[in-house]
Design a protein around this ligand. Structure first.
Ligand code: HEM
Length: 457
């Protein structure tokens, strides 16, 4: 595979697979079900092109191609895509949406705050929020009730984000943060899939709500930044960490505007992804009672009845494998995209400059060429001896290379502590007649929720 400038020894020799049908038909089937669309595309080859309305979309289906885009030739693959442009309107130039020198500087400043030691300070807040949810679950279990754990996990991760980022409870005025971020996320998808550019400026009721929500979120976060700066209070939260963070190369810290954009970015990037990861994990556990029993036994042995702590996590290896396996089967970031800055050649396929290139984690994570019994929920496939020979980019729930998710450790710690706390309190089975249906939106959610019947332990 070539670098950005074409390698004269590696010229275009191969034609990509193509999806059949008019632009309109392809757009319609992509919007109706992107997961099924990508699965169908995979049957057309390892590099496949589709015409999605006005846009040509490239799909790459081999781990080495993913590695090429994310790692080996990452500088040629920017975030200059329509989706990221739509996001930039909301979150400005935060870590997720920025590129180039600005991104490099911001990542340098933020990196130390996501090291293991820094985020371990947030474990207590994560557990406190999980205990509150487990009390609600205990009460439901005592009544033999079913719950939509998709909805519950959204509430839980929002509560955790608000407490670990700003040290505030999601109540009173701060509820507005939750409502506003939910509205904003809801509108992103609409903006991304709309067939004209800049749909966020159309005078629709949805857009009116979107702009109102953005105003609320910005004002709330800005106020928290100003209050904290004025009070000088030091807390174990991201806001204090970011306020004190300094670029080791230049000695600069973040401006108030940059701080606001970064905190909103973290909220948007971290809350729904982790909620969906947890909800699908609970679904898989309910469908696989032997795995649930084994996981509960591990938690009982290591943690017992006391609240879990960050120090327990290395002693919960099975829980870790359960989470890895559920991120394989239900990756919240089921596909993500890049724009080719200059012509590139991937395994003989010419990818012209300006192409919209997608990395379909959903398909690679379930590819029978890469995984034995790919649809089986088998946490032990993550035992080191069973991973030998597996290609690195067969699995990339948090992306990879320099732009790998900065919150991966945070998300894992949050998910494991939440799982341990909830599983101490109750046990569960899937609610009959309410099998969840995937809802591939901005992240991989579920239509109609994920319902479980809870019982006391
Ligand atoms: C299970 C939960 C999560 C999953 C599956 C996930 C997945 C991802 C993926 C795939 C990307 C790369 C997107 C791209 O390059 O196009 C990403 C980036 C990012 N994520 Fe996460 N994420 C999760 C949780 C979090 C949390 C909890 C936070 C914050 C506390 C967070 C903050 C970010 C940020 C800031 C970026 C941009 C990093 C950069 O480009 O430098 N994520 N995430």
């Amino acid at each position: 595979m070539s670098s950005a400038a074409l390698d004269p020894n590696e010229v275009q020799t191969k034609e990509p697979g193509r999806m059949l049908g008019s632009r309109f038909t392809q757009l319609r089937s992509w919007v109706a079900d992107p997961l099924a669309f990508m699965e169908r595309a995979r049957k057309q080859g390892d590099v496949v092109v589709a015409d999605i309305g006005s846009q040509q979309m490239w799909m790459l289906f081999k781990p080495e191609y993913i590695e090429h885009v994310l790692l080996k030739n990452a500088k040629n693959y920017s975030k200059n895509t329509r989706g990221y442009r739509a996001m930039r309107v909301a979150v400005g130039q935060g870590l997720v949406t920025s590129d180039g020198d600005l991104w490099k500087r911001q990542r340098r400043i933020a990196n130390p705050d996501f090291h293991r030691k820094s985020i371990a300070k947030m474990a207590d807040a994560m557990v406190d929020c999980s205990v509150e949810m487990s009390e609600e679950w205990r009460a439901s279990a005592a009544q033999g009730e079913s719950r939509d754990v998709g909805h519950d996990m959204m509430a839980l991760t929002l509560r955790i984000s608000c407490r670990t980022f700003f040290s505030v409870d999601v109540s009173g005025g701060v509820d507005r943060i939750g409502d506003a971020s939910t509205d904003i996320l809801g509108q992103f998808l609409f903006h991304m899939s709309f067939p004209v550019s800049k749909p966020e400026y159309l005078p629709t009721p949805g857009n009116y709500r979107y702009w109102q929500s953005l105003k609320v979120l910005r004002a709330e976060v800005q106020k928290m930044v100003a209050d904290r700066r004025a009070s000088g209070a030091q807390k174990h939260d991201l806001l204090s960490m970011f306020l004190g963070a300094v670029d080791e190369e230049t000695g600069e810290s973040m401006s108030d505007e940059q701080l606001r954009d970064e905190l909103i970015t973290m909220l948007i990037a971290g809350h729904e992804t982790t909620a969906n990861a947890l909800a699908w994990c609970l679904h898989l556990l309910a469908e696989n009672p032997e795995v649930l029993t084994r996981l509960q036994a591990e938690i009982d042995e290591v943690v017992g009845d006391r609240p879990p702590t960050a120090a327990d996590l290395p002693n919960l290896p099975f829980a870790d494998r359960v989470l890895s396996e559920s991120l394989r089967l239900f990756p919240p970031a089921y596909v993500f995209a890049r724009c080719t800055e200059e012509d590139d050649v991937i395994d003989g396929h010419l990818i012209p400059a300006g192409s919209f290139v997608t990395l379909p984690a959903w398909v690679l994570h379930r590819d029978p060429r890469l995984w034995d019994s790919p649809l089986q929920f088998d946490p032990d496939r993550w035992l080191p001896e069973r991973g030998e020979g597996r290609e690195k980019f067969a699995y990339f729930p948090f992306s990879g290379g320099a732009r790998k998710c900065i919150g991966d450790r945070f998300a894992k710690m949050e998910s494991l502590l939440a799982l341990a706390t909830l599983l101490q309190a109750v046990t569960f089975t899937s609610t009959a007649g309410r099998s969840p249906v995937t809802n591939p939106s901005i992240t991989l959610g579920s239509k109609g929720g994920i319902w479980l019947d809870l019982s006391p332990r």
